[in-house]
Design a protein around this ligand. Sequence first.
Ligand code: ATR
Length: 284
Amino acid sequence: MSAPTNGRLAGVIGWPVHHSLSPLMHSYWLRQHGIVGAYVPLPIAPENFARCVGAMPLMGFAGASITVPHKEAAFALSATLDEDARATGAVNTLLFADGFVHGRNTDVSGFAASLAEQIGTDAARRGPSVVLGAGGAARAIVVALARAGGGEIRLINRTKDRAETLARSLAGIANVRPIAWGNWTDAFAGAKLLVNTTSLGMMGKDPLDVPLAALPGDSAVADIVYNPLETALLKAAHARGLKTMDGLGMLMHQAVPAFAAWFGMTPKVTPELRDILVKALYRA
Ligand code: ATR
């Protein structure tokens, strides 16, 4: 790509956003590539979102990462959408180019890349997979698993209606079977992969309590929570000798295509970057 790479700005829009690791990550890549630019946290309240995004191209921003609670609002104001944004109904990356706001979803490819790196795509390809949660993150992960060709995706959510709605809306893309929260025997029978997309297990939230002993011995466990890095779910999976994937991989991989779109260079997910983020998590 030969886009101009210097003097460009990007940032992460969230509410709140002070906890985000994205500025640290993108600033590291800017330094690595010798790009004179900046990536900043942008705390923007929902009622100001559209107005602020409208002004950003005028201020020299090449684009922005979008996090909670703005992903649906970003979807709504994008002039163009990529395939994964259309499939998930959510935009996590904005690109300002040619006078338009372009919306993309890189969470789908970010999860897929992290899965390939930490667990291997086989688990998803062989299926069935079990996904806990039915929010925005679950949608991205269900799309990623369906693209990997894993067959049945068992979706377990505290509010079963939400799981059923998600299953219906992704019916053309994924083979989703909603299962009631607590029916672990049905959900885990023959499963090859379990993915937690809920906020349970995150620092300050309730613990996630699932009977991991009911998972087959050749299955793998992924958690999109990265604070703490080793959640109780992953600790229990380790103790059983199962392959695991933590949430930091998805965070790093979803950022790669975004950085490339704004700054014109494709950055690398390296052990050094991971170390920097892990240290920041421990400091916090
Ligand atoms: P995101 O867009 O990040 O996925 P979300 O839409 O708020 O966030 O979804 C959070 C998920 O965590 C939901 O699946 C939610 O379940 P409900 O749909 O029943 O609300 C799940 N979740 C949050 N707290 C939970 C709890 N205490 N027990 C079980 N599930 C919980």
